[in-house]
Structures are given as structure tokens and as C-alpha cells.
Design a protein around this ligand. Sequence first.
Ligand SMILES: [Fe+2]
Ligand SMILES: [Fe+2]
Length: 282
Amino acid sequence: MTGHEEISDRDTQINPALFVSRSLDEIRFWSRIMKEHSLFLRLGFRCEDTQLIAEANNFYHVFEQIEQRSHAFNNQTSPEVIRKFNSEVQQAATNIFAFKRKVLGLILTCKLPGANNFPLLVDHTSREANYFRKRLIELNEGKLKPLPDAIIKENVFFLRIMADHAKFIGHLLDPSERKLVDLARNFSNDFDELVFQARDIESMSPQSKTVPLLDQFLDQNRVSVVSLKDFKKTARELIEECKIKSIIHPLLADHVFREAERFLEIIDMFERHLTGVKPRSI
Ligand SMILES: [Fe+2]
Ligand SMILES: [Fe+2]
């Protein structure tokens, strides 16, 4: 596909093989993420929040089981079995979304004084749960968004996620780690700008859906995501080796690194489809 004309606005039908592999890929990635969110939330509650701790633990087990089951299936599993599995997982994602929003409400009304989950972190994890549910609904409906819409929407979503990560790292590092805090703040500013740029492209749609504009959009985002991913990798190593002062759980450092990797894979896949090399798989 070349030229400056707008790109097709039709939905893409998903074939059964792609449906199975795509569903399993999403569930394997995001169920582990949801499981880890449950752990992070639990660590942030106060000792007396026994009910919330029990709920978080319950979600941990729910998503641990989903993750295990997803690895027991493979690309040969029948689409009907996967369709049922998707609905079940989607329900679990909806439940953890509701739990996160409830916790956010408690924090914002000052019902959990002294607890250690930032409101933005809770909101952020709820957005990830919502993304996961929506992906499963979309897959079960058998349709994928048209490529240009998918490119714009995924980037608006993930750029904001990356901007949040930079903010969390900056706030959970010890304030005496001045250089690293500065670096994290620069990433936060860089990604805030990219979020605005992505929203501008979105508001200029459908006229902005041209191959050259979307191609450049992806290239520019990729450059920043690669450097943020490297920064997260370094932070993860420094935390694991106990070389820096912070209250970042090593698993959280790894978690945000994996989410950056996921975004990069999505960007690369879009790039390949935009240049017409391969059929879509998202
Ligand atoms: Fe996450
Ligand atoms: Fe995240």
C-alpha cells in the first residue's frame, strides 16, 4: 500500500487460525500482567485492610489459573473452545477492573489513609484490565478494527501507559537518586508530548489516515519506546542487584519492561502491515 490517499476503513474479518493464536497470545501476556497487578495492589494495602487483601489474593489465583490453562491450549485447539475460554477470561478481567475502580474510589475519598498505592497506578492498572477485556470482546466478535484506526488507538493507549510508567518510576525511586529521577522525568515529558501528538492525529482522522503520516507516526514513537525500554532494563538490573535506592519491587521493574516490549512488538507489526508485507494479526 503506497500513496497519499486515505487507507481502507473496512473492518478485517479474522480467520479461525489467527483467532486461536491471537486469543492465546493476548491471554498469556495479559493474564500474567493481571496476576502481578493483584500482587502490587496487595502490597500497597495496610495490614488492617484484610478484606481488600483477600480480594487481591483471590484475583491473583484466578489469573494464575487462567495463565496456566492458556499454556495448556495450543494453536490446534478448536476455535469453539477458545471462544468459551475468551468469554470466561473476559468476565474475570471485567471483575478485576471493577475491583480496581472500587479501590480507586476508596483512595480518592481518603478511606485508606497511609496505604501505598498511588491513585494513578490504580487507574492505570484498571485501564490495562479494560484494554484486555475489550481485546477479548473484539476477538470473539470475529472482527478487527481497520488498520489505521488500530494504529491510532493502540498508540494513544500505549503512549499514555508508557508516560505513566515513567512517572511511577520517578516517584518510587528514592529522592536522593537525583540523576535517575531526572531521567525518569524527561521520559515522562517526552511521552506526554507523544500522547498529545497521537491525540492530534486521532482528531484529524479520517483525513490523517494516510500511509506516510502513519508511517512517520510509528517511526517517531518507536524511537522513544526503544529508549524507554532500555532505561527500564537498566533500572530493572540496578534494582535486582540492589545498586540503587528505591521502593520499586523488582517484579514491578520487570513488569513495566515487558509492557514496553509488548508495545514495540505491536509497533513493528503495524509497520509491516502498513508497508503491505504481511496480513494483519492484531
Ligand atoms: Fe501493568
Ligand atoms: Fe502498565
